[in-house]
Write a protein that binds this ligand. Structure first.
Ligand SMILES: [Fe+2]
Length: 245
């Protein structure tokens, strides 16, 4: 399989056309004609991944956060080091942002929902990536189920039980009042700002914070498994930062 064929397959299963994203989904850096030897998945690209790729004989890395956000920038300083490590190692870098948050089977939010072990439906957030449990759960039970796989960073107990909303990463931009109106009293995300925290407190919706990075490890973990099982290419998730915020 070529890099271009892999990209077309991932673009299709992750339904990249369904999202209004603010970064590139698909091949960010690389050569579509190259043959895929092996694949690593990760939340973010880091130069250490080039070493792991060499060791594992992988020439493709699929990350959740690509290298372009907002304004264009020069390839100097830290950016120069990041990009030259890709070029020097012949690595093809693909990125899937919102599509990998949202995927109902192998997405970041689906991974968290599976841990809770409850049926979920779409949360109806603006980015169209969130999930919400169809049934109510107690806060303590939710935390203990999350602790099977995650280090739970912070719990702000503003309500004891209710439906559970999930948005991985920086999900605090949703309206907690809107959530509360649909019975959501517990919200799981990666990180929130202080004004967002205050809005949750005032609306009486409990916050469970997993850390941005950690809350987005589930998609890359499930994607590596999916690639091995469905494409027959060796694939491995690499936990780049075990101490990320
Ligand atoms: Fe993120």
């Amino acid at each position: 399989m070529t890099v271009g064929e892999l990209e077309a397959k991932l673009n299709e299963i992750l339904r990249i056309g369904d999202f209004q994203d603010f970064t590139f989904n698909g091949l960010n850096v690389g050569n579509r004609e190259a043959e895929v030897r092996g694949i690593l998945t990760a939340v973010d690209y880091d130069v250490m991944l080039a070493d792991v790729a060499r060791r594992e004989n992988a020439n493709v890395i699929v990350v959740h956060h690509g290298l372009w956000w907002g304004k264009p920038y020069t390839l100097t300083g830290v950016s120069y080091k990041l990009f030259s490590s890709l070029f020097d190692s012949g690595i093809n870098l693909l990125a899937y942002h919102l599509p990998l948050d949202a995927h109902p089977e192998i997405g970041n939010n689906a991974y968290i929902a599976k841990l809770l072990g409850v049926d979920v439906e779409s949360l109806g957030d603006d980015m169209n990536i969130g999930l919400v449990s169809t049934m109510e759960l107690g806060l303590d039970e939710v935390v203990s189920r999350l602790e099977r796989k995650f280090y739970v960073r912070d719990v702000w107990p503003f309500s004891a039980n209710g439906r559970v909303g999930i948005i991985s990463g920086a999900g605090g931009g949703v309206s907690p009042e809107k959530l509360a109106a649909s019975g959501v009293r517990i919200f799981i995300t990666g990180e929130v700002s202080y004004p967002q925290w205050l809005a949750f407190k005032r609306a009486g919706v409990s916050l469970i914070l997993l850390g941005h990075y950690q809350s987005e490890t589930g998609g890359p973990i499930l994607l590596a498994k999916w690639i091995e099982e469905n494409l027959g290419i060796p694939a491995m998730f690499v936990d780049v930062f075990d101490d990320a915020m």
